[in-house]
Design a protein around this ligand. Structure first.
Ligand code: PEP
Length: 248
């Protein structure tokens, strides 16, 4: 059984212009002593190729934030997994709550996109997470494990992927679950991965996401079954992102 390799990924969301390349350069320059941990930046797709030119081949991996399931076709404005890979991405975030809520993405659609990512050779980071109403109703564990079952297709067995547990109410709010709540959820996600993929379900890191910052990173990253973090706002500034990575 191989232990999960930690991953810390920055999700820049719809933030970043050419001037932001310096932040990524500063992250690449500031990394050291990572061990076997991996660091990724997922910028807007417009910056992937420029980031490849700026820091490609270095310690920072590049990722997309979404892709369409089809490889090509008449889908104005959309991007395929192949296009992201062609631009220099090696990972892709899929099923982020801002896509599930704002673009009506279902578990089945997320699973199709995961299949597309694998087809293009990208490592999917599949996001799951409950809303505040669902947590208050005592439904969090059932909602999240249901999303894991519905969003992860069988072809992930034997492939490299990550799951990101991101409570919707913790994203961009400054709120975080307690360490005990994070550990409870990550244990439930791990048990679900084991049921779905057997021993292969042990190797995928389960990231925590939602208001991770330098001051809370070490405690979160050392919680049981936390295999890294998906970081939004705090990944936009190199100093903050590096401060989180130091919590490993
Ligand atoms: C996210 O949107 O993936 C996220 C974790 O955001 P933030 O860190 O800003 O809460």
């Amino acid at each position: 059984m191989t232990a999960p390799t930690p991953l810390i990924a920055g999700n820049w969301k719809m933030n970043g212009l050419a001037a932001s390349l310096d932040e990524a350069r500063a992250v690449a320059a500031g990394l050291g002593g990572l061990g076997d941990a991996r660091v990724a930046i997922c910028p807007p797709a417009t910056l992937i190729d420029r980031l490849r030119q700026a820091i490609g081949g270095g310690p920072v991996l590049l990722g997309g934030q979404d892709c369409r399931a089809e490889a090509s076709g008449a889908f104005t404005g959309d991007l395929s997994a192949e296009m992201l890979a062609d631009a220099g991405a090696s990972l892709v975030i899929l099923g982020h709550s801002e896509r599930r809520a704002g673009h009506g993405e279902t578990d089945a659609l997320v699973a199709a996109k995961v299949g597309a990512a694998l087809r293009a050779g990208l490592e999917p980071i599949v996001c799951v997470g409950e809303t505040l109403e669902q947590r208050q109703a005592g439904e969090a564990l059932a909602v999240v494990t249901g999303q894991v079952r519905g969003s992860l297709p069988p072809e992930l067995a034997g492939r490299r992927f990550a799951v990101a547990y991101e409570p919707v109410w913790a994203i961009g709010t400054g709120l975080t679950p307690t360490t005990a709540e994070i550990e409870e959820m990550h244990a439930a996600v791990r048990a679900t991965l084991r049921e779905m993929f057997g021993a292969a379900g042990e190797t995928a890191p389960i990231l925590y996401g939602g208001s991770v910052k330098p001051s809370n990173a070490a405690e979160i990253l050392h919680a049981a079954e936390v295999g890294g973090a998906l970081v939004g706002g705090a990944s936009l500034k190199a100093a903050d992102f590096l401060g989180i990575i130091q919590g490993l």
